[in-house]
Design a protein around this ligand. Structure first.
Ligand SMILES: Cc1cc2nc3c(=O)[nH]c(=O)nc-3n(C[C@H](O)[C@H](O)[C@H](O)COP(=O)(O)OP(=O)(O)OC[C@H]3O[C@@H](n4cnc5c(N)ncnc54)[C@H](O)[C@@H]3O)c2cc1C
Length: 429
């Protein structure tokens, strides 16, 4: 008994998961004077926050969706699409989720989404800069915006909804007609290409290094970090207890920020969310001498992104609906590589095999941020989908404000954990 007490580390709050969301949460809780223990089974920033396209999006009002164009749908049905691939077995299990997802991408859903994300997008860049200053990580950031590329005039016209909301919310953009692209991004092989430049977005040259720098800032501010498995979390007499490699930690509060693993833990603690994993891949390339890009470029038709990173040009893919732990579906990145070479000379791959990660996604494409109304002392900050790198620093601030009973800087009702209880968005596992 005496021995057990000696190894017990009591603290105010546990933060489970040290991706961009968890490290940002931990820093903001420290700023508010709480004693914080951050826990991960790995070194910080080695999962989804490692491999993304590094874009901090000022825009992004239209939620992701599956295109309804018959030719595109046929390509997807034949599993020959570049933007979306799937395992048939996984897809069948996801049908109720996909129905809810597509419903949110229809007109009233788009409007609801745009108004919910507008205040988040408005603060995302400044929140990154704030944490980057504390973490001395400004060197990773580029203020060059990002470029949406369209291969057809009709594709460009379809992007009008995003521009419509940008006008409503006062976000700058520049339309680029056929022939305008070289003046903005001379490295692209232009033929028939249309584009939209979003100059207020930023990007980073190494998302993992940014996450790690924020974690170091947390440690320097007096935070503690332990390696441990969050699945061992248990509640006893009003306290959370978790055995880590070094000690058993105990706290009255815990924040669940496990990215794509969050749904499983929430469910084991008694609350289910319709959160799924949308897998994606990346591979770096070393382009021929003299060839380069100055900002992330997203191919809106084929769903891939080319981002200049420290290791080379990072090619990231669209969505793979397969079980998280199933073997990688390499056809998607192979197709993306072929399509990317049409617009930019990628050169040789830097790695032998691609990185694979999973976006934690809810059907309304918004994260879950707030307290559990089912499990006492449990807080949620997960499900950031395609925009977790963008939104992690901001939702870290928002959840920290809620925990210390401060009024958050923006309306977070659309992110409330209970929003799935009415059932309109599709309950799942
Ligand atoms: C290909 C691709 C491109 C993307 N591009 C962008 C982009 O350009 N911009 C953008 O904003 N977003 C982008 N995203 C999305 C973004 O990367 C994610 O939303 C974000 O990284 C999620 O962060 P997180 O901290 O929630 O999860 P993670 O980074 O996955 O962190 C979760 C942490 O939990 C830990 N963990 C899991 N289980 C346990 C356990 N049992 N015990 C202890 N620890 C555990 C993991 O080790 C991990 O460190 C992209 C995603 C992909 C896949």
């Amino acid at each position: 008994m005496i021995f057990q007490e000696a190894i017990l580390h009591t603290t105010d709050i546990l933060v489970l998961g040290a991706g961009i969301v968890g490290v940002s949460t931990a820093v903001h809780l420290r700023r508010r004077g709480l004693n914080v223990v951050l826990i991960d089974r790995r070194h910080p920033g080695e999962e989804t926050s490692f491999g993304n396209a590094g874009i901090v999006e000022r825009n992004g009002f239209v939620p992701p969706s599956i295109p309804l164009n018959p030719a595109v749908l046929l390509e997807i049905a034949l599993n020959q699409s570049t933007a979306v691939v799937y395992s048939p077995k996984t897809l069948v299990g996801l049908l109720p989720w996909l129905r809810a997802f597509q419903k949110n991408a229809a007109r009233p859903g788009v409007q609801r989404h745009a108004h919910a994300v507008a205040p988040l997008r408005a603060r995302a860049v400044a929140e990154h800069q704030d944490l980057a200053r504390q973490a001395n990580a400004q060197r990773f950031y580029r203020k060059s915006g990002w470029l949406h590329l369209y291969r057809t005039a009709s594709g460009f016209a379809d992007g009008e909804t995003e521009r419509h909301y940008a006008r409503i919310f006062g976000v700058d953009y520049q339309e680029l007609m056929e022939g305008d692209i070289p003046s903005v991004e001379p490295g692209l092989r232009t033929g028939k290409l249309w584009g939209v430049l979003w100059p207020q977005s930023e990007s980073v040259s190494n998302p993992a290094a940014v996450t790690e720098a924020i974690w170091r800032a947390f440690i320097q501010s007096g935070g503690s970090y332990f390696i441990g498995d969050a699945r061992a979390l248990r509640r006893e007499r009003g306290q959370w207890l978790l055995e880590t490699q070094r000690t058993t930690v105990s706290a009255p509060h815990a924040v669940l920020a496990l990215g794509p693993w969050s749904g499983a833990l929430a469910s084991s603690l008694g609350e289910t969310f319709p959160v799924i994993a949308k897998r994606g891949y990346h591979l770096h390339f070393r382009p021929p001498s003299g060839e380069s890009l100055s900002r992330p470029v997203v191919d809106m038709q084929y769903g891939f992104v080319l981002t200049p990173m420290e290791r080379g040009i990072r090619l990231t893919t669209g969505v793979d609906f397969s079980d998280m732990d199933a073997p990688p579906r390499l056809s998607q990145i192979a197709r993306a590589q072929m399509r990317a070479n049409e617009i930019f000379p990628l050169g040789q791959p830097v790695e032998d095999k691609p990185w694979m990660g999973s976006r934690p996604c809810l059907p309304d494409s918004l994260p879950v941020v707030g307290p559990s109304s089912v499990v006492p002392g449990l807080w949620y900050n997960f499900g950031h989908g395609h925009s977790g790198f963008t939104l992690g620093p901001l939702t870290g601030r928002l959840i920290a404000d809620l925990i210390v009973s401060q009024t958050p800087c923006t309306d977070i009702a659309p992110l409330h954990p209970d929003r799935f209880k009415a059932g309109q968005l599709g309950k799942g596992s």
